[in-house]
Design a protein around this ligand. Structure first.
Ligand SMILES: CC(C)(COP(=O)(O)OP(=O)(O)OC[C@H]1O[C@@H](n2cnc3c(N)ncnc32)[C@H](O)[C@@H]1OP(=O)(O)O)[C@@H](O)C(=O)NCCC(=O)NCCS
Length: 409
């Protein structure tokens, strides 16, 4: 049984009641369910909501739309998924969220098909690691066994609330597959978290009203290209802000470092593809996961290169890399989007630099070349003991040069 489980509740913090708000005369949840029903690979659809009274209306709507209903915990959404999947006798679970009314059923079919064809190879397949589809077309597929493993092992409140965060936090435990769009459309936002999002969705739904066929992802992207003004209103809202908020509420953990291993390839690939990391970097060309793996394999074998993975609360939160040449080395750091601003960056750089000096004999100096506009990076290196030493042009970009010497630690 392949079961799509749609999580939905009225008590959303940023836009309460959003799933039952209307666009083009129908609720957002109804738009979503009707589109999900057109997917060919699904055996059943279940709306998983909470036991709260206010969610009776969601349960009633799901019944009216002739899909399954499960009611469970509000904040332990992982538990809600697990029990919903158990009740529906799912062996494969497709995770969808109730705030994505323009979900494309063909995208669901592509993600499910990749998972079904590669069940021996992948534990989890999605189109979000890294994302290339518009935000609001996220599909994640995993087996009941993987869901059970997460349900047993995940402990952080953020991992209980954001069902698959445990997989993202433990790339070493799960083999991850990804479906990519033809081009990168991840900057487009078609999910609903704010009134501006709702206005955009309503405009799209109204524009396509009365057509026989539902607009698919391509139709919507083409429409937005023709109407660039429409997306201006909601473009500034970040992807996964809800997850970032949850992380801030997790108990604060100390950050630990370990040397990178091949199983970190996926984590580093995703990190490298994040917008802020790309724009801080000196080489911005796109590359496939296969070529990243090749590069990473070489790096791990290179004795002059040391890569540390930073972990906090069991999650991989970032990386620090040193490339040494003779007595000096160049350092680069990146913290995952959702984990930024929690103080990890400076702690990681400080302890990784100490380790580097003790593990790489002969090194006396570490340089950090930073783009002048990168205020967060300047602060992080400054707090880790690096001092301004001058400037340097790296691949045509003038940067500031901050230096840490071994005897200053
Ligand atoms: C730079 C980076 C590693 C910082 O990591 P982080 O864990 O978010 O940093 P911290 O939480 O330790 O914050 C360090 C300081 O920077 C400040 N800061 C964070 N983001 C900032 C921003 N966008 N603008 C200005 N200051 C910022 C913090 O407030 C903090 O200052 P404080 O201690 O005075 O409060 C992270 O933003 C990142 O990965 N960016 C993309 C990649 C990158 O720029 N790498 C560096 C290339 S040289």
């Amino acid at each position: 049984m392949i079961v799509a489980i749609i999580q939905a509740r009225m008590g959303s913090t940023r836009l309460p009641g959003k799933v039952l708000m209307k666009a083009g005369g129908k609720t957002l949840l109804e738009h979503l369910v009707r589109r999900v029903k057109r997917a060919r690979t699904l055996d059943a659809i279940v709306v998983a909501t909470t036991e709260n009274l206010e969610d009776d209306a969601i349960a009633a709507l799901a019944k009216k739309l002739l899909v399954g209903v499960f009611r469970g915990s509000e904040h332990d959404v992982l538990d809600r998924y697990y029990r919903a999947a158990e009740q529906a006798k799912a062996d494969t679970v497709v995770r969808l969220t109730g705030d994505c009314p323009l979900m494309d059923p063909q995208v669901i079919d592509r993600v499910v098909s990749l998972f079904k064809k590669n069940q021996r190879r992948y534990d989890y397949v999605s189109n979000v690691r890294p994302p290339t589809f518009p935000d609001g077309m996220d599909v994640e597929v995993f087996s009941f066994k993987v869901l059970q493993k997460m349900w047993r092992e995940a402990e952080l409140p953020s991992e209980r609330e954001h069902v698959t965060a445990y997989i993202a936090n433990h790339p070493e435990l799960f083999a991850i597959g990804n479906v990519r769009a033809k081009k990168d459309f991840s900057h487009l936002r078609l999910t609903v978290d704010t009134p501006a999002d709702l206005t955009l969705i309503s405009s799209i739904i109204t524009a396509f009203a009365g057509r026989k066929n539902y607009p698919d992802a391509q139709d919507i992207v083409a429409f937005l290209k023709r109407h660039p003004n429409l997306i201006k209103s909601n473009q500034h809202i970040g992807r996964n802000e809800g997850y970032a908020k949850s992380l801030r509420e997790d108990p604060k953990e100390s950050v630990t470092l370990r040397k990178a291993v091949m199983a970190d390839a996926r984590f580093l690939y995703e990190l490298r593809n994040e917008k802020a990391v790309k724009s801080a970097s000196f080489s911005t060309e796109a590359f496939s996961f296969a070529s990243h793996r090749q590069w990473f394999r070489k790096k791990l074998a290179d004795r002059n290169s040391l890569i540390y993975i930073a972990k906090a609360g069991g999650a991989s939160v970032g990386q620090v890399r040193f490339d040494a040449r003779g007595k000096s080395a160049e350092v680069s750091v990146a913290v995952g989007d959702a984990h930024r601003g929690l103080g990890y960056g400076s702690r990681m750089v400080r302890s990784a630099s100490k380790r580097f000096f003790s593990e790489y004999s002969g090194a006396k100096k570490i340089h950090a070349y930073i783009k002048p506009e990168n205020e967060a990076s300047k602060k992080v290196f400054g707090k880790a003991g690096f001092r301004l030493a001058g400037s340097k042009t790296v691949k045509g970009t003038k940067c500031i040069d901050m230096v840490l010497t071994s005897n200053s630690l």
